[in-house]
Design a protein around this ligand. Structure first.
Ligand SMILES: [Zn+2]
Ligand SMILES: [Zn+2]
Length: 349
């Protein structure tokens, strides 16, 4: 089967690899139907890399597929069912999983060759830029096959955003600022609107993405290269936002400045190469609550429900679908800021 393999130094090569064979009774063999190109993939393929990955590994961690074969101990699923895949599931039995933090699952981190990172399928173990992939049973979530593949392939990023959204407890009438309108910023925009935010301001330099933000529920979009976001927030929200979501990476100090007293800030943008200087005085005087969120935490069941309900315009996050043979074209588009979420359809390759 053809697969997109990470060969180091920014190189992603489409090559023939052998099909995986099910060996563990607790695993399932999945035929990949659709897989999203993630910002993390771009970081992995940067030179030097901005995110580690296992050398000679098949990438692709945001995917949906169909069950082809089940290990003898996998209960509750059957061959042919459509599933969403949690690419970094908790083991369910370690101390962190049992106290409700499967995103900090001890073996999930210990099994990873890179200290401080979860052993994500498609980053550190064989992923979905190919035809078949093996996943553990705790990765599987059934989804109605009526949900289009390109929507179902958003499951992993949406599960992360659902997890983060729960912390913020946005209530009707609140004002929200979102920094960044990549796929993550857009998913936040939809969920904030669904939570009842009265005004949502989205700051994003790429015109294409600002327009998408309007379609996802933003009331006001700002080009931070042309306008001062602080002035826009002062004009539109008075003393500041109730909630500011950082979906870029280095903008935590700005996010703290943009909320009003008692406001909440969420750091979601992930760039470990930056060390932003926190305005401590402002933070403590305004009693700002700062939250961090990363991968999903028991949020896949809710993700399935959101997708099956059809209530959110999730299709607005997907700008292109491409066959595996054109994955490099998709990566180039994202690098040039010409795409949102690009879904690869491996079986078309
Ligand atoms: Zn991702
Ligand atoms: Zn665990």
């Amino acid at each position: 089967m053809k697969a997109a393999v990470f060969e180091g130094n920014g190189k992603l090569t489409i090559k023939d690899v052998s099909e995986p064979k099910l060996t563990k009774a607790t695993d399932a063999l999945i035929r990949v139907k659709g897989v999203g190109i993630c910002g993390t993939d771009l970081h992995i393929l940067q030179v030097p890399p901005a995110h580690p990955a296992k050398l000679n590994n098949i990438l692709g961690h945001e995917f949906t597929g169909e069950i082809v074969e089940l290990g003898s101990e996998v209960q509750g699923f059957s061959v042919g069912e459509r599933v969403l895949i949690d690419p970094h599931p908790g083991c369910g039995v370690c101390d962190e999983c049992r106290r409700g933090y499967p995103d900090n699952c001890i073996p999930l981190y210990e099994e990873c060759e890179e200290p401080g990172h979860p052993n994500t399928i498609g980053i550190f173990s064989p992923g979905a830029y190919t035809k078949y992939v093996i996943v553990p049973r705790q990765s599987l979530y059934k989804i109605d096959p009526k949900v289009p593949v390109k929507i179902a392939a958003l499951a992993e990023p949406l599960s992360c955003v659902v997890n983060a959204t729960e912390k913020l407890k946005v209530t009707p009438g609140q004002y929200v600022v979102i920094l960044g309108a990549g796929p993550i910023g857009l998913l936040f925009t939809m969920l904030m609107k669904a939570n009842g935010a009265s005004k949502i301001i989205v700051s994003e330099p790429a015109k294409f993405r600002r327009e998408a933000a309007i379609g996802c529920g933003a009331d006001i979009v700002v080009d931070p290269k042309q306008e001062d976001i602080s002035e826009v927030v002062a004009r539109e929200m008075g003393k500041g936002a109730d909630v500011c979501i950082e979906a870029v990476g280095p903008l935590l100090p700005l996010a703290i400045m943009l909320v009003r007293a008692g406001g909440k800030v969420l750091q979601f943008g992930h760039d470990e190469t930056v060390k932003p200087a926190i305005p401590v005085g402002v933070m403590l005087k305004k009693e700002v609550e700062i939250y961090g969120a990363f991968i999903g935490k028991q949020s896949f069941e809710k993700t399935v429900r959101i997708m099956e309900s059809g209530k959110l315009p999730l299709e607005k996050v997907v700008s292109h679908t491409l066959p595996l043979s054109r994955i490099h074209e998709g990566i180039d588009k994202l690098r040039k800021g010409e795409g949102l979420k690009i879904i690869i359809m491996p079986e078309d390759a």
